[in-house]
Design a protein around this ligand. Sequence first.
Ligand SMILES: NC(=O)C1=CN([C@@H]2O[C@H](COP(=O)(O)OP(=O)(O)OC[C@H]3O[C@@H](n4cnc5c(N)ncnc54)[C@H](OP(=O)(O)O)[C@@H]3O)[C@@H](O)[C@H]2O)[C@@H](O)CC1
Ligand SMILES: Nc1ncnc2c1ncn2[C@@H]1O[C@H](COP(=O)(O)OP(=O)(O)O)[C@@H](O)[C@H]1O
Length: 286
Amino acid sequence: MPQTKHAITDVQPLLHGHLPQLAARSPDAHKGRFGHLLVIGGDRGFGGAALLSAESALRSGAGMVSLATRLEHVPAALARLPEVMTVGVASANQLMGLLEKISVIVIGPGLGDASWGKSLLSVAANASQPQVWDADALNQLATGSVSLPANCVITPHPGEAARLLGLSTAEVQADRLKVARALSQKFNAVAILKGAGSLIASPDGRVSRCDQGHPAMATAGLGDVLAGLVGALLAQGMPAYEASCLAVWLHATAGDRQGTFGRGLAASDLIPAIRQLLEEQSPCLK
Ligand SMILES: NC(=O)C1=CN([C@@H]2O[C@H](COP(=O)(O)OP(=O)(O)OC[C@H]3O[C@@H](n4cnc5c(N)ncnc54)[C@H](OP(=O)(O)O)[C@@H]3O)[C@@H](O)[C@H]2O)[C@@H](O)CC1
Ligand SMILES: Nc1ncnc2c1ncn2[C@@H]1O[C@H](COP(=O)(O)OP(=O)(O)O)[C@@H](O)[C@H]1O
């Protein structure tokens, strides 16, 4: 990653027409060229979070998507998403073999704070693939029980950011720019500080702000969708900062479109809107 330091005031708004793009696909493209993404998460009570991430990744162009979740969630996952290779894992050992085939990891949605999630996270923390750490992966990171590997994107909401930096949520919201920068520096990772006016900060000093988004997005599961989307763009070869910027813009702009229908947005409603926007912004064919 380049080490150029950018001016402290240099916050770029994410503007349509100035966003990173995925290259058009050649007519002989095959799934092996667009990455194999593994979502790890979904402890008891939170099975849907990992499913939302997997569906988002699938619908955003990842070549192959696998899901490692609780054994009891496998039948429901297969019924909803037969395209996703879903594996029930009881322990970290089972994850190790799976990781050999994987190019990008998304870990945290619904991972929980029990020993099951902790053991899976410890395996990911020792893996070399680019990763997206979200939700309970960030809560474990905040406890200091695990370290973030290199090449990571972290996606905290203000509550998670507060835990990661030892602040209150109000303190995070009072100076979001400072917090986004502090997160990227502390963890040497691209940090997406979510919430209205999401910020994307890179350890090299770049920061972008997203002015899109809609209050109808204040509903559970939208962060899981974002994590899967960032992972899918990484899997298709986009660098971490660019993937994070494009993902945040697509997610928020899809929220604007779906927000026109008012309250009652379900996180899964956002996924087809993101697919449509991605095709408008980065057409699959030239
Ligand atoms: N279908 C499923 O299976 C789903 C499962 N899910 C899973 O649930 C688990 C718990 O995750 P979670 O995010 O609900 O709980 P948690 O980390 O305590 O954060 C809540 C606190 O954070 C703050 N806060 C958040 N946003 C903020 C904002 N924009 N602006 C300001 N503050 C904000 C706010 O703090 P407060 O303001 O109350 O101090 C709020 O009370 C996790 O495993 C996740 O993956 C979810 O993914 C949903 C779908
Ligand atoms: N009022 C809002 N304006 C813009 N974006 C929002 C708003 N409320 C929520 N979002 C977006 O929705 C997502 C919510 O993520 P998160 O809090 O992690 O949800 P969950 O854990 O339920 O999946 C974030 O990307 C956030 O930026």
